[in-house]
Design a protein around this ligand. Structure first.
Ligand code: FES
Length: 81
């Protein structure tokens, strides 16, 4: 099972992760992945200046925009479907 970790530290949150968290929930629901992917939050990845940051398992994605997030999820979660 994959784990998506959304940085909810104040920097990432205000740079876009507040919206990104909603995009992730919607994407998982629309693709029937809610039971197959873990979503958690964390407080800071120590990479604030490159945020907003999202981790999928061990891979850290920086500067994640809500516009590009669905493509990223599609690519990273394709084996979970
Ligand atoms: S707040 Fe996200 S890396 Fe620091």
């Amino acid at each position: 099972m994959k784990t998506i970790t959304v940085c909810m530290g104040s920097s990432c949150f205000s740079r876009g992760n507040s919206i990104n968290a909603e995009v992730i929930q919607r994407f998982l629901a629309e693709n029937n992945l809610t039971d197959k992917v873990n979503v958690r939050g964390c407080l800071c990845e120590g990479e604030c200046k490159n945020g907003p940051n999202i981790r999928i398992d061990d891979k850290l994605f920086t500067d994640v925009s809500p516009e590009g997030l669905a493509d990223l999820l599609l690519h990273e979660l394709e084996n979970e479907k």
